[in-house]
Write a protein that binds this ligand. Structure first.
Ligand SMILES: Nc1ncnc2c1ncn2[C@@H]1O[C@H](COP(=O)(O)OP(=O)(O)O)[C@@H](O)[C@H]1O
Ligand SMILES: [Mg+2]
Length: 379
């Protein structure tokens, strides 16, 4: 019984501000779609238009087969949960959840049945008589979810619903919301600026910048094949390293110049990748190379990798079971994530030391150095 949502060429201007710029997105029935992007990129504007709280300047929104432009929010069969839960402080949990049903003038019996069912689902049955001030942040969030879901809406919109919770509760609630959505099967559009939240919850992620969608894909797709440098830098932590280089090829090898340093690679695999992505007739091309910190191996001896560079270790940051190293090559610095333990790393690396880093060819990302667009076809 799930419903699709289809948004076509949605534009919303606030005076000179282009909050949404030809925004198009299709959400499948029952799908958990995450809108991800930095603050101010137009996420809230998009969901407000879908909910009917804001009118788009142009474009269409379909919920199922119905064109909903112009329909008031109450006729769109949508539930929305915001960052501030907006529970009624003088009402019990029961009455808060029952409220939308009372507004719809459902029978007492019906209301009771539905509130009990949703409380059980959210595991808050034991809290039903409490007032909001007697609840923790996470419990309030569940009540807010309950109040939204009790109407059995066709679409669930959530705008940064976990931002007010502490880190531990946030991690807990994101699993809970995801499980709940699976159980109920309701089409969901979930907004966040937090890429970890997006990666862990989404069936698909739509990544936005300046009112535009930059890429839509599964968490795996946007991570392993980011369509441009914006997406590549936004997904993943620590962020992807970018190196501006000039690559020349001759018969036997590639020479990669990075801020004055020349790096030679005799790897056939890397050479083949390069020939496939760049036209054969060009012998020297400007390239933005993207390398994820966890795709780099580091050592002091000869590494068997397709691309090996000598760097200077400039910083060591211990994170417990992982360590982030910063290395410099010329004027560029790169982050390297190693899973070695603190004591291992302490013993083997010290700041100022020369190290070798190695990257396997299939882990390299190539972007057009002018446009930032990924080279080659997306799968
Ligand atoms: N009511 C408004 N009046 C004028 N500008 C607005 C209004 N609402 C949002 N904006 C602007 O539109 C852009 C997108 O805002 P918003 O959708 O809230 O972004 P996000 O939710 O991604 O942080 C921002 O530049 C913001 O300042
Ligand atoms: Mg917002």
């Amino acid at each position: 019984m799930s419903t699709s949502v289809r948004i076509e060429n949605l534009t919303k201007n606030y005076g000179k501000v282009n909050a949404l710029d030809n925004f198009s997105l299709e959400v499948d029935p029952g799908e958990f779609m995450v809108l991800l992007g930095p603050s101010g990129c137009g996420k809230t504007t998009a969901v407000r238009c879908i909910a009917g709280l804001s009118d788009p300047s142009s474009g269409t929104i379909h919920i199922g087969d119905q064109l909903v432009n112009g329909l008031p929010p109450r006729d769109r069969d949508i539930a929305m949960v915001f960052q501030n839960y907006a529970l009624y402080p003088h009402m019990s949990v029961y009455d808060n959840i029952a409220f939308p049903l009372k507004m719809r003038k459902e029978t007492k019996r019906n209301i009771q049945e539905k509130v009990e069912k949703i409380s059980k689902l959210l595991e808050i049955s034991q809290l039903i008589d409490r007032k909001p001030k007697e609840l923790s942040g996470g419990q309030m969030q569940r009540v807010a979810l309950g109040r939204a879901l009790v109407r059995e809406p066709k679409v669930f919109l959530m705008d940064e619903p976990l931002s007010n919770l502490d880190a531990k509760m946030r991690a807990y609630m994101r699993t809970e919301i995801k499980k709940l959505q699976r159980k109920v099967g309701i089409t969901t559009i979930y907004i966040t600026h937090d890429q970890i939240e997006a990666m862990s919850m989404a069936d698909r992620i739509a990544i936005m910048e300046h009112g535009l969608i930059q890429q839509v894909g599964t968490p795996q797709q946007v991570y392993s094949e980011p369509s441009n440098t914006f997406v590549a830098g936004f997904i993943g932590s620590p962020p992807m390293n970018f190196l501006e280089c000039e690559v020349s090829r001759n018969n036997s090898h590639l020479v990669i110049e990075i801020s004055g340093s020349l790096i030679k690679s005799e790897s056939d695999a890397l050479r083949n990748d390069f020939d496939r992505l760049y036209r054969k007739e060009q012998t020297r091309v400007k390239v933005t190379l993207g390398i994820r910190p966890r795709d780099i191996t580091i050592g002091s001896d000869r590494l068997h990798s397709d691309l090996t560079m000598e760097c200077v270790l400039s910083f060591v940051e211990m994170l417990g079971d992982e360590t982030v190293l910063e290395v410099n090559i010329g004027k560029n610095s790169m982050k390297v994530l190693t899973s070695s333990t603190m004591t291992d790393t302490h013993q083997s690396f010290s700041v100022g030391q020369h190290v070798l880093i190695g990257i396997s060819h299939e882990k390299l990302h190539f972007f057009n150095s002018q446009t930032g667009i990924r080279m080659g076809e997306l799968k």
